[in-house]
Each structure stands twice: as C-alpha cells, then as structure tokens.
Design a binder for this molecule. Structure first.
Ligand SMILES: [Cu+2]
Length: 493
C-alpha cells in the first residue's frame, strides 16, 4: 500500500505532460498521436505479411560439422531488403537473410562453435539468452563485434539444460533497434531423454513489427524509450495471423518465445486450456494445468501442451489478451489475435497422455547470501525518455561492477520494483528459481518450482529469486524491455 501511494503521489498529473496520451484507444499506445506511426500496417499487406498464411516452419541453422557432439555453424548479421508489404521493400537487419533468423538446434553435451560475421553498419554481438555459457562467450556489450569483422563463439551445452532459449544482439544502446529490425531467433537444446518426445512439437517465435509510412521499421521515440516500444503488430514465425492446421484430437507441444521488445503476452486459446510443461530453463517437475491463460513476459519462453479439440473443420484463435503493464494505464495493450488453430476434416487422432512427472527441478539448497536490489525511476532518462529507470540508483556503466557474487554460492535476491512500470528482469549466465512474490505486504510463494532467466517484477511489488552462478566473469542483469535496457536499466554482476 505504501509503495502504491508513493507512486501515485509522484506520478499524479503526469498524463497531462504526455502529448497524445488519452488512455490508449483501440490500438493501445501505438495510435495516431504518437509521432505519426500508424497502429496498423500502412499498406494492403502483400508478400510475407499477408494475414492468414500457413504458420511457417522456421528453417534450422545448418550444422557444418560431421562429428558427433559438435555443432559448427556460421551466422551473418547483415542488411536485407525484404518484401513485407505490397509495393515496398523494408530495410531489415537479418541473420543469414532470414526473417526471423534460423533456429539453432543442439543436444545436451554438444560443443557449439558459431562464427558471427558482422555486415551491419554498427557493432553487434550474439547473446545466447538463458544459456550457461562462459562470460566471455556470451555476447556481452563489453565484447562488441565491430562492423566488417567476424567473431567465433564457442561453448559447451551442459547436461540438464534442455530447453527453449534464443539469441539476439547485446551491443549497448542499439539492442532495441537491432531486434526490431529482425535480429532474433530460437536456440533449442534437446535432452538425451525427453519425457515428451512422443508429442509432436511446434516452435512459435513471437516478434513485433512497426512500420512507418514508407514501409520502413520506424525508429523508437521518447515514448518508446519510456514505456517500451509501442504500437507493434505481433507476428508468429514472421507471419501475421498465421494458420496452424492440425488433425482433430492432436496433442501438441508448443514452444512459445516472447522475442518482442516490450510486450507482455497474456496468452489464451479459444475453446482450449493449456498445460504448462516448461519455462525459460526447460521442463517443470510435473505438468501444471489446465490453465485458461498464461503470461509470457518479454524474453520469457513457455512450453505448453495443447489437447486439440476432436471437432473436425474447426477454427480457434490464439490471442494476446488485454494487458496493462504500468500503474497509469499508459502501457495498455488491447487484445490482439496472434494465430488461428484450425483442424482438418480428417477423423480425430488418439490423444497422447502426459506423464505424471517430467524431470526433477532440484532446489540448489539454502542460500549463503542475500541481496536486495531496488528498481527506481528518475526524472528524464537517456534516449529522450521521460523517466530513467535505475538499478540501485544507478544507470548502466560497463566499466563498473555493481554486484559481486561468489562462484558456486547460492544467493537469494529480493528484486524490489519501486517504479510505476512492470519490468521483466533478466540475469545472464544461469537459470534461477522464483521463491516468492510480495505485493502490498502479502507474500505469495511461487506456485511451482520452475527455472527462469527472466522474472517479471510488476510495479510496486517484490520478487524473490534463488540463484547460483557456476561460472566466473562479468554477467549482465537488466530489464528486458529492450528500450529500458538501452536507456541504461542494466547492471554488471
Ligand atoms: Cu524495464
């Protein structure tokens, strides 16, 4: 209560300072008054953004190694003129010319070697989001890959890390721009023994796109750097409102990745419930469900099992339901359709039963250290933002170390959000457990044990996590609203 009251006092009347912020009509904050961006695409969609095409199967990054246990590949990040809407080509930045980028698929125990060639006009890196790779191989902002150069990343995939990850640039100050222009792709680690191996699976990478009147990816403005990028249309595997067609009665495992810069995905599928089987760091101890909806914060992933209706020739909509991500309603996103699930007219197939247990999620044991990290806001932020968002009162400086942990030591972190916005906080180098949440003085234990690398910390609340870094080196801790990260909401562990 105290925190909310404080926020209310601090922020009273702010709405009057923001031009065009009338409370977000049908299209949320992306509408007309926000610097001329259209809430929808400005042209009759042709080419690849036409709605209603079949859900694309994302191409895999080819393994150039013939040796068992080796994954060797090449990525080039480069400008690419791509036909997204009719009558225009859109200047994107892509991995290997693909929108979205190719899926890296490896197995536990593999030795990975990926060469990244930077053909962009600015620094980039490849960050292997969520994977426990050595600090100097993790695409930190301190290790930029300069334009015209190639950097080889090399790391092992430990056993027990099977799960759904992703990769994206982490060059400081331009992450939001690089991702919004197309640089993001899934990274899937397969287990030697997957308890769900019998269930057909689909990877769904959710990204956002916002084009200006010339069909170009519109740059972020002050409002975007304050609230996160506004007014994007959601795409699944690079397609708009794609149709995913399955046989009636099918059981499917969906790996859903939130690769948008700032959009909370509150997912619901008409006529169906979800069974949650995995989070950022892989499978849960046991299936959780049925769930009518599930929130996937920016950068998070979920693995869900969907028991598709036995009705033939039916259609259902997967939606990102209305979500409010701040205490003033500025970051209000109205419900948006994501995808159509359609059943064929064939006879129903037999459903596949889920096992009662999946794999042990082992608590790392009692904490030997406790840390309290406070998120606050200041006046005028960087990049023209109306607020700066700070971690322990500081803005990012890559030459400073903000926190020191002991390698191998279990810690609890209380992450206190004293700002008016929700922040999905991401820690590099490891996965952690959510212990509890506190809101208005009430503590709620985590409903089940699950591995995360990104935890949402809603405005005015506290999230407590339990974490252990097994590898030494400098790790990033930051908000995964990419505009906040670029504007300095990042610290060095
Ligand atoms: Cu944030």
């Amino acid at each position: 209560m105290k925190r909310r009251a404080f926020l209310g006092t601090t922020l009273a009347g702010l709405g009057a300072l923001l031009p065009g912020c009338g409370g977000g009509g049908g299209g949320g904050m992306g509408g007309g008054g926000m610097g001329g961006f259209m809430p929808g695409l400005p042209f009759a969609p042709g080419a690849s953004l036409a709605p209603g095409l079949a859900l694309r199967d994302l191409p895999k990054l080819a393994n150039e190694s013939a040796l068992a246990g080796r994954f060797t590949a090449s990525l080039a990040a480069a400008p690419s003129n791509t036909s997204l809407v009719e009558g225009r080509t859109t200047a994107l930045w892509l991995y290997n010319g693909l929108f979205p980028g190719p899926v890296v698929e490896v197995r536990e125990g593999d030795r990975v070697r990926i060469a990244l060639e930077n053909r962009l006009p600015l620094d980039t890196t490849a960050h292997w989001h969520g994977l426990p790779v050595p600090a100097d191989q993790d695409g930190n902002p301190m290790d930029p890959v300069r334009p015209g150069t190639t950097r080889v990343y090399e790391f092992d995939i430990p056993s027990g890390t099977a799960g759904t990850y992703w990769y994206h640039p982490h060059a400081h100050g331009t992450v939001a721009e690089q991702v919004s222009r197309g640089l993001a792709a899934p990274f899937i680690v397969r287990a030697a023994n997957d308890p769900l191996a019998a269930i057909p699976e689909v990877t769904m990478l959710v990204t956002g796109i916002r084009l200006d009147g010339n069909g170009q990816v519109s740059p972020n403005g002050p409002l975007d750097f304050t609230m996160g990028r506004q007014g994007e249309q959601l795409l699944v595997n690079g397609g708009r409102l794609p149709v995913h067609t399955v046989q009636p009665g099918a059981t499917q495992r969906w790996r859903i990745l939130n690769a948008t810069s700032s959009r909370y995905l509150r997912l619901a599928l008409d006529g169906h419930a979800f069974t949650l089987v995995g989070t950022d760091g892989g499978l849960l101890g046991a299936p959780v469900g049925p769930l009518a909806e599930i929130v996937v914060a920016p950068a998070q992933r979920v693995e869900i099992v969907v028991a598709v209706t036995t009705a033939p020739g039916a259609r259902f909509t997967l939606r990102a339901l209305r979500h409010v991500s701040d205490t003033m309603g500025m970051g209000t996103y109205s419900s948006e359709d994501l995808l159509t699930l359609a059943t064929t007219t064939a006879a129903p197939v037999a459903s596949i039963a889920l096992p009662a247990t999946l794999r042990p999620v082992v608590d790392p044991g009692p904490a030997v250290a406790a840390r309290r990290v406070v998120l606050t806001q200041s006046g005028m932020g960087m990049m023209g933002a109306m607020f700066g968002f700070l971690i322990d009162g500081r803005s990012f400086d890559m030459n400073r170390v903000d926190f020191v942990s002991t390698q191998g030591a279990v810690e609890t972190w209380e992450i206190v959000n004293d700002t008016f916005m929700d922040h999905p906080m991401h820690l590099h180098g490891t996965q952690f457990l959510l212990v509890s949440r506190e809101s208005g003085g009430r503590v709620t234990p985590a409903p089940h044990a699950a591995w995360y690398d990104t935890v949402d910390v809603p405005a005015g609340t506290t999230a407590t996590i339990k974490v252990r870094q097994d590898l030494p080196g400098r790790r990033m801790f930051h908000c995964h609203i990419l505009e906040h990260e670029d504007a300095g909401m990042m610290a060095v562990l």
